[in-house]
Design a protein around this ligand. Structure first.
Ligand code: NAD
Ligand code: UDP
Length: 321
């Protein structure tokens, strides 16, 4: 990669760049004039997510597993590499913990060596099945350390620990974003997350699978809003480290989400009940006062509008398949 020609044009590394969020982030960074190095082992990411970027003169793709060290010259690092959907991260739980923990150590080591600013894609899962509602950043969480979700939850918690220790011990410039459920185009159609599952089932006229009684809640953020939050956090003053919640505080039951998807797709699909997965959090809603205050950020896309765009994406995806 060539050296940056101005302070505004940076060499940016995005790990997990071929995934759902990563591919949108790469796009937005290119649109802002930066050089982008996308690193991904394509475990859950797809080449088609970045196909349209491959010919771009400031975009580079490197197939690499972040559990192994990486030697590159960059100014900023967004560390997103990690499977995010429960069925994907539970497929090989040992590799999931390694990706979060060894991946963080390798990326923090790289940041230290080249003095890059580094942002961690953390998660609302660090709050576990929360006893405090809504969740603010001061809440320490209620996480099972030995359950089926622990490889992800504890891996992400350990990654946060490493980020703050590198910050205190090595004066590294860190940013930690705690992302709440985010959805939108380029979610993997088979990743089992609730928004993609419901839309895919509705478009195929299949039963819509409600786990448990459907009264559990989530707060869904549209991908464009999330990426805007990421960019603002990365460019915020040095002393703003986070952790900072990035999510949409509008909370819905899973049943309400299913009904909205049925309405928007005009499907004849019926609701069916399936057992609730282990340690499935009962409720989740971000308190985003910090993001509003420190980043002047708030989500702008209503669930109905975001779902319409996501449905259009999957409609097109299946018509091409
Ligand atoms: P995703 O599965 O689409 O993307 C993750 C990407 O990381 C994939 O491209 C995958 O191939 C890559 N990857 C996985 N292991 C890797 C490894 N060892 N080395 C290199 N690449 C690897 O998921 P996403 O929704 O885009 O999530 C991106 C990040 O955001 C993840 O760290 C996730 O934990 C975090 N996050 C996402 C959400 C959400 O709702 N989407 C919520 C909270 C946190
Ligand atoms: N869920 C559901 N049906 C599905 C997939 C998920 O009812 O087909 C529920 C799941 O049990 C959870 C919520 O939807 O309560 C969100 O699940 P997801 O896997 O998207 O994310 P997470 O649990 O990590 O928030």
């Amino acid at each position: 990669m060539r050296p940056p020609s101005s302070i505004h044009e940076r060499r940016v590394l995005v790990t997990g760049g071929a995934g759902f969020l990563g591919s949108h982030l790469c796009e937005q960074l290119l649109a802002r004039g930066h050089d982008v190095l996308c690193v991904d082992n394509l475990f859950t990411g797809q080449r088609r997510n970045i196909q349209h970027l491959l010919g771009h003169e400031r975009f580079e793709f490197m197939r690499h597993d972040v559990t192994f060290p990486l030697f590159v010259e960059v100014d900023q690092i967004y560390n997103l590499a990690c499977p995010a959907s429960p069925i994907h991260y539970q497929h090989d739980p040992v590799q999931t913990t390694k990706t979060s923990v060894h991946g963080a150590i390798n990326m923090l080591g790289l940041a230290k060596r080249v003095r890059a600013r580094i942002l961690q894609a953390s998660t609302s899962e660090v709050y576990g099945d929360p006893t405090q509602h809504p969740q603010n950043e001061e809440y320490w969480g209620n996480v099972n350390p030995i359950g089926l979700r622990s490889c992800y939850d504890e891996g992400k918690r350990c990654a946060e620990t490493l980020f703050f220790d590198y910050h205190r011990q090595h004066k590294l410039e860190i940013k930690v974003a705690r992302i709440f459920n985010t959805y939108g185009p380029r979610m993997h159609p088979n990743d089992g997350r609730v928004v993609s599952n419901f839309i895919v089932q509705a478009l195929h006229g299949e039963d819509i699978t409600i786990f448990g009684d459907g009264a559990q809640t989530r707060s869904f953020c549209y991908v464009d809003d999330l990426i805007d939050g990421f960019l603002r956090l990365m460019d915020s003053p040095r002393e703003i480290t986070g952790p900072i919640n990035i999510g949409n505080p509008n909370e819905f039951t899973i049943l309400a989400l299913a009904e909205l998807v049925i309405e928007l797709t005009n499907t004849k699909s019926k609701l069916v009940r399936k057992p609730l997965p282990h340690d499935d959090p009962r409720q989740r809603q971000p308190n985003i006062a910090k993001a509003r205050d420190l980043l002047d950020w708030q989500p702008r896309t209503e669930l109905r509008e975001g779902l319409q765009r996501t449905i259009a994406y999957f409609d097109d995806y299946f018509s091409r398949a």
